[in-house]
Design a protein around this ligand. Structure first.
Ligand code: ADP
Ligand code: MG
Length: 378
């Protein structure tokens, strides 16, 4: 492709090829606020990576830095090994979809979708073919001559996807693209985005604050909190081996036993309001939180029914919730906090709200984490 145009040439890779995006020590400061503090993150070629975190945690800032819409304060961003800090947005070859549809209102659907191709001086006949194909991919075949005002919100967002994909971008960046849509439509489009990702095999970076959405879509998830990344991993890794209390409480439900552990080498013990909790892990200083997933906790009326090796804590059942596939119990802990159990009842007796029971669990199932006070309330 000639260098006459200022726009990056189309990627020549086939499906399955993908672009690596590497973020090295990137910070972004505004006067009086640090939006991102020394972020390191690599998006692997062809992967679907989601930036997940509460509002204000820095997700959009990072996406805008990758896209080149904002200048960084510190660090470097590499796309396929090339540092792009000084490369303007339109030469980075990335497709972008925002929450607001951002279509050109005075242009037809075909002209909207064909716009990136026109910028790249693709001839009209080819442009029309590729617009038609992109529209078919997003389920809007035949909509070429409509105008944005004649489309529903979901349809407008499909057009935005088609426009972002039509020039074979090196990667597709999406910032809460389904945030303005109602739940049913959102779930339908999630599955379509996943299908499109599998079909085109390109690198996708997706921003959401909705953990369910992240679970449905992602190969890996980066959990953002207050301008830094808490942990990056598959949904299974984040759920089963949360690295921080924030991750444990942001991804899925958990019960948290807090206290000041005593250490002897790698062995810790924690007196939780009289319950003696113990375990092993690499020591750390300061207060701790023992975190358990709902399915790890079993309940028993009869202490004799609790296996010897189990840890145990007396709790009050505050609610028994029928879920069809099983029951979920809300627990009142001795420190006044609330826990959740979904495990079976080991002594066979029915458990009802108001019952005083023993919560017990296999010590292998609990994770002792530093208690930073940064519990996520979801
Ligand atoms: P998220 O997308 O996770 O909701 P953002 O990246 O939009 O978070 O914002 C991260 C932080 O940076 C927030 O505290 C926000 O107030 C701040 N911020 C974002 N843009 C600006 C700006 N233009 N000027 C000042 N502060 C900003
Ligand atoms: Mg945002």
């Amino acid at each position: 492709m000639s260098s006459a145009t200022d726009i990056v040439p189309e990627s020549t890779g086939t499906a399955g090829a993908g672009t690596r995006i590497k973020i090295n020590g990137v910070s972004k400061r505004y006067t009086g606020a640090t939006a991102l503090d020394s972020i390191d993150l690599t998006v692997e070629p062809g992967e679907f990576l989601t930036l997940l975190g509460p509002s204000g945690s820095g997700k959009t800032t990072l996406l805008n830095l990758i896209a080149g819409f904002t200048d960084l304060s510190e660090g470097t961003i590499e796309i396929d090994g090339e540092e792009v800090n000084n490369i303007p947005s339109h030469r980075r070859g990335l497709g972008v979809v925002f929450q607001q549809y951002a279509l050109f209102p005075h242009m037809s659907v075909a002209d909207n979708v064909g716009f990136p191709l026109k910028q790249r001086k693709v001839a009209k006949a080819e442009r029309m073919d590729r617009v038609a194909e992109a529209l078919r991919t997003v389920g809007l075949g035949g909509y070429e001559s409509r105008f944005p005002s004649e489309l529903s919100g979901g349809q407008q967002q499909r057009v935005a996807f088609a426009r972002a994909m039509v020039f074979n971008p090196r990667a597709l960046l999406m910032d809460e693209p389904l945030g303005a849509l109602d739940k049913n439509l959102r779930e339908k489009l999630q599955l379509e985005i996943k299908r499109i990702h599998q079909e085109v095999g390109r690198t996708f970076v997706f921003v959401t604050h909705d953990q369910e959405e992240a679970l449905v879509l992602s190969d890996r998830i980066a959990i953002f909190n207050n301008g830094h990344i808490e942990q990056v991993g598959t949904s299974q890794e984040l759920y089963e081996r949360p690295a921080t209390l924030f991750v444990a409480t942001f991804m899925g439900e958990s019960t948290v036993f807090r206290g000041a552990p005593a250490w002897q080498g790698d062995n810790w013990s924690l007196d939780f309001h009289g319950a003696q909790l113990t375990g092993r892990r690499a020591p750390f200083s300061g207060p701790a939180a023992l975190v358990l997933r709902p399915e790890s906790i079993k309940l028993a009326h009869d202490p004799a029914a609790v296996p010897d090796a189990h840890l145990r804590c007396p709790v009050t059942v505050t609610q028994s919730i029928y879920l069809g596939s099983g029951k979920k119990y809300e627990l009142g802990l001795p420190d006044g906090s609330t826990g959740i159990a979904r495990g079976g009842i080991v002594d066979g007796a029915g458990i009802q709200a108001g019952d005083r029971v023993l919560a017990h669990w296999d010590p292998e199932r609990g994770a002792l984490l530093p208690d930073t006070g940064e519990e996520s309330i979801t």
